[in-house]
Design a protein around this ligand. Structure first.
Ligand code: FES
Ligand code: FES
Length: 79
């Protein structure tokens, strides 16, 4: 299996809706960041399905190195 690639060295700030299913791109190859567009098929890394407890702004990891996916944990600052 290939390694994730960095989509961007900063998080994506998005308003997410409570209870809705989202698919975070874990491989970094999607053209529709930070969400999966199926491009992971070439590398074998699966997207992460997640939802949020309340409608609010969230910071989703763009570098794909976070230890708390799908959320940014600040690790992009070390890349
Ligand atoms: Fe990256 Fe699907 S395109 S996980
Ligand atoms: Fe990946 Fe912040 S964007 S840890």
């Amino acid at each position: 299996m290939d390694q994730p690639v960095c989509a961007q060295k900063s998080p994506f700030k998005l308003t997410l809706e409570a209870g809705k299913d989202y698919w975070w791109c874990a491989c970094g190859r999607s053209a529709k960041q930070p969400f999966c567009d199926g491009s992971h098929k070439v590398c074998g890394i699966a997207p992460l399905k997640f939802s949020v407890p309340k409608t609010a702004d969230y910071w989703l990891c763009g570098c794909k190195a976070t230890a708390k996916p799908p959320f940014c944990d600040g690790r992009h600052k070390t890349l």
